[in-house]
Design a protein around this ligand. Structure first.
Ligand SMILES: C[S@@+](CC[C@H](N)C(=O)[O-])C[C@H]1O[C@@H](n2cnc3c(N)ncnc32)[C@H](O)[C@@H]1O
Length: 209
């Protein structure tokens, strides 16, 4: 029998409050990490349509240019309400489960992002989402994901923190790569431990259509 995709007890329950989540992220250095992610991996171009699945309170918008069309999707109504309150003039926000994001539920886009989402999804849900995003990406468009992960030789702190995550599907770098739709023409798997103030082990996928 499979367990819940997301553990929400104790401290992890408190993180479901948007302000607490954003504050906790700030403490870990998430603002600097988002800036690096944006500059080095997202590389958003003016005029891009950006689809952000599992957008949470949409804090990533602090690091994205204004002249884009941004669509944020998240399962949590609380996070979506917080995103609308704060960034209502900068994007369109939808409360939805990834299982419902098929076909025209997603807009055609140049960039799809899923920051901290895949480790909340089991393989069929993650693969289904990636396939749906592929369908809506423009030729040459990119999907970028980032999640905590495991790999041989990673720091002990990084491994310990990844194990404590709310998501129940933290994978190896190869495990994340195996989720990617074979139709993508190029897939880069990047391992980093320098994004946060603590040596958290992140796996980034950059997939080009
Ligand atoms: C670790 S948070 C990341 C939030 C945001 N991307 C960020 O970087 O701060 C993961 C997000 O995925 C959302 N999520 C988890 N399972 C989901 C699902 N099945 N469908 C849509 N969103 C989901 C959660 O509600 C949460 O906001």
């Amino acid at each position: 029998m499979s367990g819940p995709a997301q553990v929400t007890d104790g401290l992890r329950a408190i993180l479901s409050h948007p302000a607490v989540y954003s504050g906790f992220q700030k403490l870990l250095g998430a603002e600097r990490s988002r800036r690096k992610l944006s500059q080095e991996h997202l590389r958003v171009q003016p005029g891009d349509v950006v689809v952000d699945v599992g957008c949470g309170p949409a804090d990533i918008l602090e690091c994205l240019p204004r002249d884009i069309e941004y669509h944020g999707f998240d399962l949590s109504q609380r996070y979506i309400d917080a995103a609308r309150d704060r960034y209502g003039d900068r994007g369109i926000f939808h409360c939805a489960d990834v299982q419902d994001l098929v076909g025209e539920a997603l807009p055609p886009c140049q960039l799809a992002i899923a920051i901290g989402l895949l480790h909340h999804l089991d393989d069929p849900a993650a693969m289904g989402l990636i396939s749906s995003l592929y369908e809506r990406l423009a030729p040459g468009g990119r999907l970028v994901t980032l999640d905590g992960g495991y790999w041989p030789g990673q720091s002990r702190i990084g491994r310990a923190l990844a194990r404590r995550d709310r998501g129940q599907h933290v994978r190896t770098a190869e495990g994340y790569a195996a989720l990617v739709d074979a139709r993508f023409s190029r897939v880069e798997v990047i391992r980093r431990e320098d994004l946060l103030l603590v040596p958290y082990s992140h796996v980034i996928l950059e997939c080009t259509k």
